[in-house]
Design a protein around this ligand. Structure first.
Ligand code: TNX
Length: 513
């Protein structure tokens, strides 16, 4: 093992190997530090082993994940074995530069092997995503491909700028199946996203089974925007989805949107309405017309039952309680509601996160506001930060993946303007909101609302290539920020998307090759 720590010194020129098809300069998100070893390449072979840190089940799982990506396309057996070797691929929980922290990694590619070192399995997983991008795009194929499978030699030292690098998917306006969500999970994992925020409830549908209030899904989940059949996740399906995301080192943040955006719940249970009358299900795209009944005790029994069940299904720290666009709830009512609901989140062991409006009710400092405004002035965010809160940035005009790219985009909305790839990329989360200290930024998140989206092809068209842009803002140091370089790296990613069948938007400002 000690010898491995000096592996960096071993690289030799290898004219016998085929030239690599990828470049260390095309990794997205851009790593902290990249040192190519020109002329050196590593080539995957039929007898390559994947060695993983002895005694670590988590490292072994990362090894199995990597083997799972590479076996169908290479046709190699790629056994995952405990140990470490200067030959083949090694995933080690030791010897990494301390600067890699909890989620970073160090990657060394020499003629004889690939060594990924990290302090955690999450770090190894991030290193494996970089390794994927260094292999030819056709390794992503589900069928046998021609070799050689060559990796350019060099060293990468890498760690994230922010702890929270999120993607949000709205499964309420249009329902997406477990398989559709898993597909998105796999796509965002490639860009080192570590949080999947699921917008599980809205006026048009309630998508998570709640055992104590079954009509939320049997009735409230039975339609969607446009009147389609909708759908919902059973608790078992949801647990499976959460576990699948966890296997990609992605933590699910479930959102139950309260007290507005609740027509599906109000339609399911007449007793939740102030007048005791259930409204019809809603299949339009207006917002801000529904509210739970703030003065009824049953409202709080309902919310507590829901939060208890959701918390029990949630291994992650955060539960998102919405709080946005509560135009049908008067301000004092909103405060009274939040004053009762926020403590319920902690009662069941979770930390609240919510759309930025919820700061007006004075949430506890550990609660995380998610800023979705369109302006760079936000005194309420600055005040929250002064009280000690950390903020997730999802400015609608930059990070909303459901905004049209331009006037000709067939899908999406445009209330926050058009957002081309450069708009999505060219802003600094650390200096975006006037007067907000850089340290108050917990991370960035790219929401994808689904009023106009009905399937994976639609999701992909809006998310690619803008999701990788937001992912880079969340991961890469600001010193690497450069639109001219980014657009070239982004263009190189498209080879992979074509093989993976990702229906990306070929935005004109990117030099696709
Ligand atoms: C605003 S952003 C909303 C959503 C819509 C979205 C469409 C936010 C917290 N609320 O209800 O789906 O705009 O872009």
């Amino acid at each position: 093992l000690a010898a491995l720590l000096f592996l960096g010194a071993v690289g030799t020129a290898t004219p016998a190997h085929a030239a690599p098809e990828t470049s260390l300069h095309h990794i997205v998100p851009a790593p902290v530090q990249v040192s190519p070893r020109p002329g050196t390449t590593y080539q995957l072979g039929a007898h390559t082993l994947i060695h993983t840190h002895p005694g670590s089940a988590a490292a072994r799982q990362v090894g199995e994940y990597l083997a799972g990506v590479l076996r169908p396309s290479t046709g190699y057996r790629l056994p995952v074995v405990p140990g470490a070797s200067t030959r083949g691929i090694t995933l080690l929980l030791a010897g990494a530069d301390p600067s890699v922290g909890a989620e970073g990694y160090q990657l060394d590619v020499t003629r004889s092997g690939v060594l990924v070192r990290a302090r955690t399995a999450a770090g190894l997983f991030a290193g494996v995503q970089t390794l994927r991008q260094l292999l030819p795009a056709r390794v992503e194929a589900k069928t046998r491909q021609r070799g050689p499978f060559t990796v350019p030699g060099g060293r990468v030292l890498d760690h994230p700028r922010y702890a929270h690098r999120g993607a949000m998917l709205d499964v309420a306006r249009h329902f997406f199946s477990v398989d559709e969500v898993k597909r998105y999970v796999d796509q965002i994992a490639l860009y080192k996203i570590n949080r999947l925020h699921l917008h599980l409830t809205d006026d048009q549908g309630w998508r998570l089974e709640i055992k104590s209030w079954p009509r939320l899904t049997t009735h409230g989940g039975s339609t969607e925007v446009g009147g389609g059949p909708g759908g919902y996740y059973t608790q078992e399906q949801y647990r499976d989805l959460v576990a699948y995301a966890a296997s990609r080192h992605i933590t699910v943040i479930p959102e139950i949107d309260l007290p507005g955006h609740t027509n599906a719940a109000l339609s399911s249970y007449p007793e939740l309405n102030c007048d005791g009358v259930a409204p019809p299900l809603y299949t339009g795209i207006e917002v801000g017309f529904s509210s739970l009944c703030i003065d009824k005790e049953i409202t709080y029994r309902f919310v507590e039952d829901v939060l208890r069940e959701v918390a029990a299904l949630t291994p992650g720290r955060y539960v998102h309680i919405g709080g946005d666009e509560a135009h049908a709830t008067a301000d004092p009512d909103y405060d009274r509601f939040m004053d009762r609901v926020l403590p319920l989140v902690s009662k069941y062991g979770k930390t609240a996160t919510g759309w930025h409006e919820f700061v007006k009710s004075g949430p506890p400092v550990e609660a995380v506001p998610q800023f979705w405004g369109t302006r760079t002035t936000a005194p309420d965010m600055v005040a929250a930060a002064a009280r000690g809160s950390r903020i997730v940035l999802s400015p609608a005009s930059k990070a909303y993946l459901d905004m049209k790219y331009d006037a000709s985009t067939p899908l999406g909305l445009s209330w926050a303007g058009y957002t081309d790839v450069r708009d999505a990329y060219d802003w600094n989360p650390g200096a975006y909101i006037e007067g907000l200290p850089a340290e108050a930024v917990h991370g960035v998140e790219a929401p994808l609302w689904s009023e106009t989206l009905t399937n994976s092809a639609d999701i992909e068209f809006m998310a690619f290539p803008r999701l990788p842009a937001i992912a880079e803002l969340g991961w890469s140091p600001w010193s690497t920020h450069d639109w001219e370089a980014f657009k070239v790296r982004l263009a190189a990613q498209a080879d992979r998307w074509r093989v993976m069948g990702v229906n990306f938007h070929p935005a004109p400002e990117v030099p696709w090759r």
